[in-house]
Design a protein around this ligand. Structure first.
Ligand SMILES: [Zn+2]
Length: 305
């Protein structure tokens, strides 16, 4: 069973928000693409795990765990009665080949790709240390799972730790025990790991941006357009014609603002400016007062989630 669900990673969300409000640099665009592709692969894997693993297991998706000032990420952690499985999901598409422990793309110039087994072994080592600290001596096994059916690996080594697209069902069935049962200790461990998860861990590749360079406005949630008309308490998108309440649109940009600029205070004036002055301050103030906690008084008041 899914014990910790996967949510869109904060890093991906920030990149997506920036992409709609500024021109990303070339390497930032590539990073956004990689993040998106990775997330899609993880969702694909989740789909299979939820349908195959019916037996006794606890699945914790997308963990960011601290260890000695480091943070390491685990795409999926599967706890079964006797073993903990660490799964690194890869959504590589196209043709690749292996040569002397190195992974390359088949298309010239045969660029080298970081061997996912290296990342996996690092995560396994850090997780083992963390587990020891938590006083557990369960066996750990780790796997790289390639989920994309369009992925082909030539000269593929027979490495026990690699699961290819056609083997995923078989792999999941093989790790789900039939006879053994989870006990309270498994749940305690899962709860502990869940509590250690730090969704606000620093990004591996932080983007650079400033408030002034971002386009202001209140985007439509369906098509991202910034153009709309209002009638009563509703906004009507000028491009896709979809209707949304002003309240919903305002709340969304407040969340975006808080995510992109955690150090800035949420005030009526700040959100009015962030929304490009398209909605009246009194409407913004009412939404902030209703949905957020008010801090400070009078002209110094600001809001927090
Ligand atoms: Zn729209």
């Amino acid at each position: 069973m899914i014990y910790k669900a996967r949510t869109i990673p904060r890093e991906l969300e920030v990149y997506q928000l920036l992409n709609s409000r500024k021109n990303l640099l070339d390497n930032e665009r590539k990073h956004l693409y990689a993040l998106q592709k990775g997330y899609e692969g993880e969702l694909l894997f989740d789909n299979v795990t939820s349908s195959v693993t019916k037996a006794e297991c606890l699945i914790l998706n997308d963990l960011l765990l601290p260890h000695n000032k480091n943070t390491f990420q685990i795409d999926s952690l599967i706890i079964v009665p006797e073993t903990i499985y660490i799964v690194e999901v890869k959504n590589f598409e196209g043709d690749y080949f292996f040569e002397k422990d190195r992974l390359y793309t088949s298309i010239p110039p045969h660029s080298e790709i970081t061997n996912p087994l290296i990342q996996l072994n690092r995560s396994e080592s850090l997780f083992r240390q963390l587990l020891q600290q938590l006083g557990s001596n369960m066996t750990i096994q780790s796997y790289v799972v390639f989920v994309n059916p369009e992925f082909t690996l030539y000269q593929a080594p027979i490495i026990k730790q690699i699961v290819y697209p056609g083997q995923i069902n078989k792999f999941l069935k093989s790790i789900s025990p039939i006879s053994l049962r989870l006990d309270n200790n498994h749940y305690l461990l899962a709860d502990k790991l869940k509590s250690l998860h730090n969704p606000n861990a620093p990004f591996y590749f932080p983007p650079t941006y400033q408030y002034d360079e971002l386009q202001k406005g209140i985007p439509c949630s369906y098509c991202d357009s910034l153009e709309f008309t209002t009638k009563g308490s509703y906004c009507y998108c000028s491009v896709c014609s979809k209707k949304e309440t002003m309240e919903k649109r305002i709340l969304r940009i407040v969340q975006h603002f808080a995510m992109l600029f955690p150090e800035m205070k949420i005030t009526t004036n700040a959100i009015f400016d962030w929304g490009s002055g398209k909605l009246a301050k009194r409407v913004i103030r009412r939404v902030l007062q209703q949905h957020l906690n008010t801090k400070g008084v009078h002209q110094w008041s600001y809001y927090e989630f």
